[in-house]
Design a protein around this ligand. Structure first.
Ligand code: ZN
Length: 257
C-alpha cells in the first residue's frame, strides 16, 4: 500500500501540472481512500472504465481525460451523477493529467506515439498557448499515401483518414517530414504548415481541416483521438509500477472516434 498523497506528489513531480495552463484540473480530481494498492489506468474516465476499476477493486483510476472541463455545467446530474456516485461509493480516487501528459518528453502522448510509429523527433514547439505541444520530425522512411495508410493501420489498429494536400504535380513524391499532436488537435494544422513539413497527424478532423490542408499544401491525417492517446497513460502507469509496489493495469475501452 502507498499513501495517496505520496503517489500524487510523485505524479505531480513528473508532470509539473502547475507550469501549464489547462482547461481542467490536473492531478487529484476526486478523493478516494488514503491507502492505494491497486490502480486502473485508461484514456478516459468513462463509466465503463469505472466499472472495470470497481470489478478489479481498484483504489485509484488514473486517466488522460478526467472531469470538470472549463465551460461545462457544474450541476451534478445524469451521466455525471452516475460517474461521481460510483467513484464516491467505492472510495476510488480519480487522478487525471491532460495537457501535462500530452507534452511530457518521456511519458507523454506525443512522445509515446512517436515510439509506436517509429518517428524520429527533431523538436517541439508551442501551439495553442502551450509550450512543447506540437512535435515534429521524420517518418521512419519516405512513404506514399497507400503505404503510410497500411503502416498506420498496422500500428494503431484503426483506418486513418488521409487528406492529400499535395499539389497534383507533386503527387508522386513520397512523404518524409511530419508534425504531430495527439487527440483533438486538428486546429494546429496552420502551426504545422508553418514548420514546412509534408504531413500533419492528429486524432480528429473538422470540416475546415480539409480546406486548410488543400490550401496550405500540407497533407493531413486523422488517426483517431483515442487511438493516438492510448500510449501516454500506459507509459505513466508503467512508471508508477516501476517506482511503487502497486498493482497497475491498463484497461482499453474501445472507442472508434
Ligand atoms: Zn485527448
Amino acid at each position: 500500500m502507498v499513501k495517496r498523497e505520496v503517489l500524487i506528489s510523485q505524479l505531480d513531480a513528473w508532470l509539473q501540472p502547475k507550469l501549464i495552463k489547462d482547461y481542467c484540473p490536473n492531478g487529484l480530481q476526486v478523493e478516494g481512500t488514503g491507502d492505494v494498492g491497486k490502480i486502473v489506468c485508461g484514456v478516459t474516465a468513462c463509466e465503463a472504465l469505472l466499472d472495470a476499476a470497481i470489478g478489479r477493486q481498484a483504489d485509484m483510476v488514473l486517466v488522460h481525460h478526467g472531469y470538470f472541463w472549463k465551460g461545462e455545467s457544474a450541476v451534478i446530474q445524469g451521466m455525471k451523477k452516475r460517474r461521481l456516485g460510483k467513484l464516491l461509493r467505492h472510495d476510488i480516487s480519480l487522478v487525471a493529467y491532460h495537457l501535462p501528459l500530452d507534452i511530457h518528453v518521456e511519458y507523454g502522448n506525443n512522445a509515446q506515439l512517436a515510439k509506436v510509429l517509429g518517428l524520429s523527433v527533431d523538436g517541439q514547439v508551442a501551439a495553442g498557448g502551450t509550450d512543447g505541444l506540437l512535435w515534429y520530425g521524420q517518418l521512419p522512411k519516405p512513404m506514399q499515401q497507400d503505404e503510410l495508410r497500411r503502416y498506420l493501420f498496422d500500428r494503431l489498429a484503426r483506418d486513418p483518414l488521409i487528406i492529400n494536400g499535395s499539389m497534383p504535380a507533386m503527387e508522386s513524391k513520397p512523404w518524409r517530414t511530419i508534425a504531430w499532436c495527439t487527440g483533438g488537435a486538428q486546429g494546429f494544422i496552420d502551426d504545422a504548415a508553418d514548420l514546412g513539413v509534408d504531413l500533419y497527424l492528429s486524432g480528429e478532423v473538422s470540416e475546415q481541416t480539409v480546406h486548410s490542408a488543400r490550401e496550405l499544401g500540407i497533407s493531413y491525417i486523422a488517426a483517431g483521438h483515442h487511438a493516438t492517446e492510448r500510449y501516454g497513460i500506459q507509459a505513466l502507469g508503467n512508471a508508477v509500477a516501476a517506482e511503487f509496489p502497486l498493482d497497475v493495469s491498463f484497461v482499453d475501452i474501445d472507442n472508434p472516434a
